[in-house]
Design a protein around this ligand. Structure first.
Ligand code: GRF
Length: 207
């Protein structure tokens, strides 16, 4: 059984969608063992509590010791024997402390077709640039900002009258879809990173 920790900072719709797809059996062989948030007011925490899930909160406001903060997370996670960390709207850069402890075992979702529009407000960046197609990217996390090996992407059209909000809503549907797809592949042991690229293997026998 693969133990997942989901990291959230806000609404938590990607977290809920993952949870739904694990419950329904679309993703098997894993469970969400803990939900972590740096924001005590994250809406997604309410959902976690309503569903009797273990939550860990370490407020990050006014915390400048980034590495120390991540070491504290590791300590708090240790009883859960976590295999995979899913960043789902987690609005904080993770440091090497976490990355070294979970090499190619931290996944993030970003609302653009990386490497375009990394960083904050990706949907607004896409609209301001006038691109006709945007989308989302699921990737492993490395030390860079939204630079790690790409697991999956989905394209979404940008309409003439889109605002950042309408585009975000269209992209979000695809985020939910590819996040579960990627976690399913991870849990099936089908993701391998070779020379900075993700190779999807045929199944456990290949791996
Ligand atoms: C998503 O658009 C995700 O790509 C970005 O933050 C948003 C989080 O949404 N990193 P939610 O909290 O999962 O609803």
């Amino acid at each position: 059984m693969i133990n997942i920790a989901v990291f959230i900072s806000g609404r938590g719709s990607n977290f809920k969608s993952l949870h739904d797809n694990i419950k329904s059996g679309l993703i098997s062989g894993c469970r969400i063992a803990a939900v972590f948030s740096n924001n005590p007011d994250a809406k997604g925490l309410d959902y976690a509590k309503e569903n009797d899930m273990d939550t860990i909160v370490i407020p990050s406001k006014n915390r400048t010791d980034k590495a120390g903060y991540d070491r504290e997370i590791l300590e708090r996670l240790s009883p859960y024997n976590i295999d995979l960390i899913c960043l789902a709207g987690y609005m904080r850069m993770v440091t090497n402390e976490l990355i070294k402890a979970f090499p190619n075992r931290i996944i993030n979702i970003h609302p653009s077709l990386l490497p375009s529009f990394s960083g904050l407000n990706a949907q607004e960046q896409a609209i301001n640039k006038g691109v006709k197609i945007s989308g989302c990217t699921l990737h492993f996390v490395d030390e860079g900002m939204d630079t790690g090996p790409i697991i999956a992407q989905a394209a979404v059209p940008v309409m003439e009258n889109d605002t950042a909000d309408t585009l975000s809503a269209r992209i979000l549907q695809e985020e939910h879809r590819i996040y579960s797809q990627g976690v399913r592949l991870f849990c099936e042991g089908r993701l391998r990173v070779e020379s900075g690229r993700v190779v999807i293997t045929g199944g456990k026998a290949d791996g």
